[in-house]
Ligand binder design. Sequence first.
Ligand code: GLN
Ligand code: ZN
Length: 753
Amino acid sequence: MTFKTYVTGFSRIGENRELKRALENFWRGKISQDALEETAQTLRKKHWLTQQNAGIDLISINDFSYYDTMLDAAVLLNAVPARFKQIDDELARYFAMARGNDDVPAMEMTKWFNTNYHYLVPELNREIKLILDAKKVKQEFQEAKALGINGKINLIGPLTFLALSKTTDNSDVFDYLPAVLDVYTELLKEVANWDECVTVQFDEPVLVKGVDTAMAERLNTSYQRLASVSENVRVAVVTYFEHASEAVRVLVKTPVWGIGLDFVYGKENIDVLQDFNEKVLIAGVIDGRNIWLNEYDASLSLLTQLTNSIPADQIYLSTSCSLLHVPYTIENEPESMVKNWLAFGKEKLAELTFLSHVTGKKELSEDEEALLLERRNVLAAKKSDEMIHNSVIRFRMKIDLGTERSAKFEDRIQIQKKALNLPILPTTTIGSFPQTVELRKTRSSYRQNKISEAEYQAQMKAYIDECVAFQEEAGLDVFVHGEPERNDMVEYFGELLKGFHFTQNGWVQSYGSRCVKPPVIFGDISHPEAMTVEWIRYAQSKTDKPMKAMLTGPITILNWSFVRTDLPRSEVALQLALVLKDEVSDLQKAGIKIIQVDEAAFKEGYPLRAEKVVDYEDWAVKNFKRAVSTANPETQIHTHMCYSEFNEIIDVIEELDADVITIETARSGNELLKIFRDHNYQNEIGPGVYDIHSPRVPSMAELKAEINSRLEVLPVSQLWVNPDCGLKTRRWEEVRPALQNMVAAVKEIRAEI
Ligand code: GLN
Ligand code: ZN
């Protein structure tokens, strides 16, 4: 018995982030559209052939994207918001939708389920007529076919597409379901002519959130229809990140060919297999979003269990989700102990084919036997490593559990107001200033020992000086040092902590051309020395304005890392909270009065299933509070979250009890703030007044309007003024005028008040 193999989706950014480079060069006008297209084609080809050579039976087509596959789906459906219609050039229009341009703001962007991947939120309204634009799919299909790739076409499923869309005229997103189904039906009819048998994968991760009666009905309608368009087209509905039991019960009664289920993050899926009948099971057994070696013995027994319900020839062995969420390959990593424990995208392909070959085999070949044995040995050695279990840390985890600050908010804020003496509508930024080419060069030269520690320090300090001087000149109220020493807000801390491993090439796409290199938390976490104090102390010495220190919160470090699976996440979070707690004390001792603890990724750690939320909220809140629990009443704790959906978590935000929270609101207007008002939220808030994801510089008038609109919702005494998020991805040419305009706008408003 050999299972067939299937990969939900693959990396698109490339082994060496080739796509990132090409995109950024194209945006800067350094390469032509032809050159960009050529890079894209080369990457697609390489990615297909890599999967084919690894022996994968069904390989994704249309998982490539210049920016984001939700955006691609919007284009395929011609769901182009009116403000982009006057842009004739298709690619320019596409990038304008993604990034905005001088004339039009971008579409909203938000996080894809509980990952750090961002998608663009499609905008629908009654004016938009959905019509098929199959160009991209067709081109990529033909490219693959010419290469002899046995492919399946990836599409965002209609329900996920709509559930993640928003309407701009208060119609209901699901009003558009018939229209979306019409377009998809037409597409499938076309696809039916492209080959004798084409598999189409509809990604429907939204189904893992649970399926109520209305959704069940939509699910049934959609796939009754899509799965019966043509004999030549077989439809797979793929779910991931959790179990999809409710959806399975509906889907098995439709004519779909296959159903994809995640057995790594949705173990409960096992319970619905009896209902499968003759359907094909696409069984996600290889973790598509974490980087640990597969535990073959566990997988093999899982697979045996699956075959109790479903015949082996009806099973495709698959990744639990798209490999978009893991780095490309460990091949380019330097040797290290931890490297031996890792499997990235390419290695996961090999794991898949290995498992598919050995499952249920009575006798393994010598090679297979050796591989299995080697894997057992590596995993056993890992378990007994000292770095994994540190008894001092384990002891502190039992006794150092306090979470409360010494005073209540209403008392703290009075003390802080006196101590800080800020004007109304205090202005600040979120932490980072532009990461210039020179900065990156300096950091990398330092890493490679090409420049001395002293030289490195001098250059970083020079940059901090520039940031301070600029803030002084612009007239901001609360300063930041600019984060020049940080490549990434999580990586920076991880590098200073024990228990973390850093890859050299472990890049994962976050949005568009932006990639992150998540640290690997493999062992118990401790910190040998203070991590930020010297930089902040230096920056504070250069100004009389309060310098806000920047820390990354425990939950964000956790959610943006690849985390060990041999300890509960709540325990890893506790270890992080304890090291941050020490850092807060150290900063305070160094005379720092404001400390921002970023929790940019607080929300993406939320379980997708409602019944699992309470537990997460409980330990996430406790560990944030624990991290700042040693802050004195006069030390002002800020936190920052960069997204705009707070409806469901407003109670939790309140429980965090940060003195000030800065949030993203520029793309979503005032709706968000109303939630805070309606909730009678008392602590201070800095709702972002302009979108930093776009290079566009907002004018002073525009900013004034934004600030005034915030004032319609919340009292002036509660409000701060700041951009949506950190400025590191922007250029100084954009940042300078934008912040100057922001401060000027505030000054006018103060005068008016
Ligand atoms: N302090 C960080 C910065 O300014 C916050 C980044 C974020 O929220 N993603 O870059
Ligand atoms: Zn942010």
